[in-house]
Ligand binder design. Structure first.
Ligand code: GDP
Length: 397
């Protein structure tokens, strides 16, 4: 559902386009697109010292030891104030390491006011054992403040390893079910009715319940916050890549409208006009979110042990693992113009009357629409190939 503000923006854009006021339309679309790309998402992480908060915060953001913004782990000193950790590619997404609840400094009933609860979209309560009284008190307070909370049972890899060592007939699924049931029962006994508990290993986000956790968040977050979460997510499974693709796809009409509203720059070798700088800007967003920029691929190589050159060999798009410039865009699209021209024209033209784009600008709209679809498809396919390559060498499932 669009927020009232979104509807307002769309109406303003339509009106400007219909009146042929290109400058105003451009300004409004830019404002709208920027706003969509900068929706803040603030995630609060709380739990006892040593429960795995910092490790989770790093894993969630794909930040490794030695990278800028790494949350120090294994530190015994308690966090005394909420500490923000910004996503390296999405400054609008922040994970907050909150002080542990309880004790004389942070009694549960004052805790949420002390940490400024209204600043957070939802709370993650982490524990590496059963959830304790303080966790439950906090959950109740969060509920009272009409905010969402989720329980993450961390370090599940440790439990599985330990059980494997001491049981002759070992079933990982059964062990996990037992731990989850145990956590849920313990929370219910303390008065939380339907606790949502997710078993996570921050060293193996693609395993266990992390995907389920993300699906749950996506379902329960307000719609306008969903893309902020989705784009910032590591590519832990193929569904995430597909969802990212769908979300990017849904935004293409706005970029196409933007290119219709600006004086389009003619592309050498193409018979139509398109704004190469705009395409380069959007293509960069796709590449980063799909983890196809060089730093992300290097990180993936480090964490999976798959050689960087193997990822490079599985990549087909000339826009992946490189610096995307308007010149490169022109080169790629000139080579692929006929393929791009076949794609998505029909879908794109549906938006022309919807947005009230005048006929003179429609060509630019359709061209940008096709081009972006082409670029998006190519990069999403590469993301799938890279994911498969990474998975082939790094999973027990
Ligand atoms: P914090 O004090 O809550 O921020 O906890 P840390 O993130 O510093 O983690 C405490 C210790 O637990 C560190 O030695 C981490 O390496 C370890 N740890 C955290 N998460 C996991 C996990 O998912 N699996 C395993 N095996 N160890 C973890």
């Amino acid at each position: 559902m669009d927020t009232p503000h979104d509807c307002e923006s769309v109406e303003e854009i339509k009106a400007a386009l219909q009146k042929n006021n290109q400058a105003l339309a451009m300004e409004k679309i830019k404002e709208y697109v920027d706003k969509q790309n900068n929706i803040p998402l603030n995630i609060a992480i709380t739990g006892e010292t040593g429960s795995g908060k910092s490790t989770f915060i790093n894993a969630f953001r794909g930040v490794k030891h030695g990278d800028a913004g790494y949350a120090p782990t294994g530190v015994r000193e308690c966090t005394k104030v909420p500490t923000p950790y910004t996503h390296p590619n999405y400054p609008n997404v922040k994970l907050w390491d909150l002080p542990g609840v309880g004790g004389k400094h942070f009694p549960a009933d004052q805790y949420l006011n002390d940490v400024g609860f209204e600043n957070y979209d939802f709370f993650i309560i982490i524990s590496d054992t059963r959830f304790r009284e303080n966790d439950v008190k906090l959950a109740r307070e969060i509920q009272r403040m009409k905010k969402k909370f989720y329980f993450v049972r961390s370090k599940i890899d440790n439990d599985i390893r330990a059980q494997k060592l001491c049981q002759s007939e070992f079933s990982e699924a059964e062990i996990k079910e037992q731990i989850k049931e145990d956590c849920i029962k313990c929370l219910q006994e303390q008065g939380i009715q339907s606790p949502q508990v997710f078993l996570v290993s921050s060293f193996e986000l693609h395993l266990h319940d992390f995907s389920l956790f993300i699906e749950t968040l996506e379902r329960e977050l307000p719609e306008h916050k969903r893309n902020a979460l989705l784009f910032a997510m590591p590519n832990i499974n193929q569904q995430i890549i597909n969802k990212k693709k769908e979300a990017f796809q849904a935004n293409i009409k706005w970029y196409a409208a933007l290119s219709a509203a600006v004086a389009a720059v003619p592309l050498p070798g193409l018979s139509v006009g398109v704004d190469a700088a705009l395409l380069a800007h959007v293509a960069k967003q796709y590449a980063v979110s799909f983890g196809l920029d060089v730093p992300s691929l290097e990180n993936l190589a480090k964490s999976t042990g798959v050689p960087f050159k193997d990822f490079m060999a599985s990549i087909l798009s000339p826009l992946a693992a490189t610096k995307i410039t308007p010149d490169l865009i022109i080169k790629v699209l000139t080579q692929c113009a006929s393929a791009a021209a076949l794609m998505a024209a029909e879908e794109g033209s549906r938006f022309i009357p919807f947005l009230g784009i005048p006929a003179a600008m429609a060509l630019s709209f359709t061209t940008t629409y096709r081009m972006l679809n082409f670029i998006l498809n190519e990069l999403a396919d590469d993301a799938q190939r890279v994911f498969e390559k990474a998975l082939g060498c790094n999973t027990t499932e």
